[in-house]
Design a protein around this ligand. Sequence first.
Ligand SMILES: Nc1ncnc2c1ncn2[C@@H]1O[C@H](COP(=O)(O)OP(=O)(O)OP(=O)(O)O)[C@@H](O)[C@H]1O
Ligand SMILES: [Mg+2]
Length: 359
Amino acid sequence: MADILRQPAEVIYQAELEALHAEDSGSKPHNWYVSPKAVVTYLMGGKTAAGVEISAKYIGNRRLIETAVATLATDRALLLLGVPGTAKSWVSEHLSAAICGKSTQMIQCTAGTDENQVRYGWNYAQLLAKGPSREALVPTPLYRAMESGTLCRLEELTRMGSDVQDTLITVLSEKMLPIPELNEVVYAERGFNVIATANNRDKGVNELSSALKRRFNVVVLPLPDDMEQEVSIVARRVEQTGIGLDLPIPKNVREEIEKVVTIFRELRGGETLDGKVVLKTPTGNLSTAEAIAVMVGGLSQANWFGEGALTAEDISANLVGAIVKDPVQDKVVLEEYLETVMKKRRDYAEYYRSMNDVL
Ligand SMILES: Nc1ncnc2c1ncn2[C@@H]1O[C@H](COP(=O)(O)OP(=O)(O)OP(=O)(O)O)[C@@H](O)[C@H]1O
Ligand SMILES: [Mg+2]
């Protein structure tokens, strides 16, 4: 297991989950591994009574996570909505890990996803040999979640066709899945629920039908409120990713993160942080997730090609790549930003020079 590139949350944070489980004697929803309060502690961080440190997974508004957890304890499903890179998949993974100890029961919804990948499919060799039977049926993650009373994650729900999305209606409202071929029905065990994620600013998404929308409680995950919060999200994730990739973390990483986040926030918001200069905004959405990726790319460059310290040069190519998504429009936006804002800032001189080099 040691060589696996990325372990699921329940493996990485097994010790934390066990510590929370061990002292969770209060009542909890059926089939939950820990109580709703402990799930929130697991996500937001804290300390158990026995003194075990629980790291914060989500940085942001505690109420949102409480609402999400409370929803999952009811018979309504949870839909995490937000622009790309706002930790929807991340929160969904951690919620599943804490609630049912398994975050891998997941369906990635795409334009090519059909009903067989949502409900059940058939093993055709078996189907031909034996006809429709339980042995010939191939359960999907949703089917297994229903049978075992656990959670199923649906990633990017709105990317699959609206007709396929609607197969979920019976499952979510009647809590059962008819199998007409066998004249049988699978009933969901208690503890079953669904966490879906969807992003509301992307090409190629299909509207949720209002019938389906009614079955979900929606929690909108926002972009980080302030600079400090965003810097701490990026710093934490860059450090964790760096350690996972065996990349040394240079001392000045936080300073550079502050600069990158400043650039991101100014371009995203369309004005400088002090509000004095109005800027054009690039077409990409410059999310926190992209700031993390830029920094991790920089760390790798510094480690393999640099002198060890993290320099503006290591970061600039990735930074320009993140900002310039449209080679024509975004280039103009960035050039203007470089000339009107960055050129005048002394501590950004290195960035100004090296970003101009790659642009
Ligand atoms: N508020 C936050 N707290 C903790 N981590 C965050 C936060 N916002 C973003 N991240 C980090 O951003 C990264 C990307 O998040 P994730 O992939 O979950 O985004 P997403 O909302 O699912 O995006 P997409 O719509 O593109 O799928 C994760 O590594 C996550 O840790
Ligand atoms: Mg996602």
